[in-house]
Design a protein around this ligand. Structure first.
Ligand SMILES: [Fe+2]
Ligand SMILES: [Fe+2]
Length: 290
């Protein structure tokens, strides 16, 4: 089984990507989010993505289904534990998400959901984790999570994710999240490490880590955890570690931004090929030239 992973889109996806990915004969395409664009520009790119013939799944990031002021309020107020502006902007998030889901269709927008990839011979359950994650502790866009998913706290999120694991019909699991789990390192270049604070730190999500541990306790084989959000190129220079193998799980951060690079008249496109081979999955960075 082969899956194509598309890192944070940030408006970088066009008809050539559609053709290349379909030609790649993947079992599914997983988008880790941050299509961004905030409204019309984002919806336009979503409609291009929707032309994929390969089954595809999209995890909303912290830049999706929101506008810039809302994202700013989440970032600033979240740091101070205040929620005045977030509450004000929250009612706009559901219709924005609905518009994005409609533009992406038949691509499935995931989030607190489980899905199947593969065919009769081999099926893997895909668990869509908490949508709109911004990392760094706690949950984000909590008013939207509360109204749409009944998730009001990190504890609620953990319970919801564990229930999804318990309901998954297949032994083999792949998690799709926007930001990765806590516990994979606290240095700036670690797979989900913080590169924008002098103190560095682990920017991973605790609810996702709890769900993965729960799945393993329950005897599921967690083959891979796919996320993005923490871009490869580090602030202050250097590159992030983008794949890690730990306790039999392959963790992949697909967030190469920009994923389409135009340099010296050359266009290069990035995605990750995830092979769910037995006994060990593997991930390779794929760079194609136009
Ligand atoms: Fe991003
Ligand atoms: Fe993000």
């Amino acid at each position: 089984m082969r899956l194509a992973l598309i890192g944070d889109v940030h408006l970088q996806f066009d008809a050539v990507d559609v053709r290349r990915l379909d030609e790649g004969d993947y079992d599914a395409v997983l988008f880790v989010g941050d299509l961004a664009g905030y409204r019309d520009a984002g919806l336009e790119v979503a409609r291009v993505m929707a032309r994929l013939r390969t089954p595809a799944f999209f995890m909303p990031g912290n830049h999706d289904g929101v506008h810039l002021l809302h994202l700013g309020a989440e970032t600033i107020e979240g740091a101070y534990g205040s929620h005045v502006l977030q509450r004000l902007f929250a009612p706009t998030q559901a219709p924005r998400c609905d518009a994005l889901a409609a533009a992406l269709s038949p691509i499935v927008m995931v989030g607190y959901s489980h899905h199947e990839v593969g065919d009769g011979a081999r099926r893997v359950s895909l668990i869509g984790a908490r949508p709109h994650s911004q990392g760094g502790g706690g949950i984000h866009f909590r008013h939207h999570l509360a109204t749409r998913f009944g998730v009001r706290s990190e504890e609620d999120s953990i319970a919801r994710l564990k229930q999804l694991v318990d309901d998954a019909p297949n032994e083999e699991l792949v998690f799709l999240a926007h930001n990765g789990p806590k516990g994979l390192g606290a240095r700036r270049h670690d797979i989900f490490g913080c590169d924008f604070r002098a103190a560095e730190g682990d920017w991973g999500d605790a609810d996702l880590a709890a769900a993965i541990a729960h799945a393993q306790d329950r005897g599921h084989r967690v083959r891979a955890v796919v996320a993005g959000h923490m871009h490869h190129r580090l602030r202050g220079g250097g590159q992030r570690i983008w794949q890690v193998r730990k306790n039999g799980v392959l963790y992949v951060n697909a967030a190469r931004v920009p994923r389409i690079e135009r340099r010296d008249g050359e266009v290069r496109r990035h995605h990750v090929e995830l092979r769910l081979d037995l006994p060990e999955p593997s991930a390779a960075s794929v760079s194609t030239r136009d």
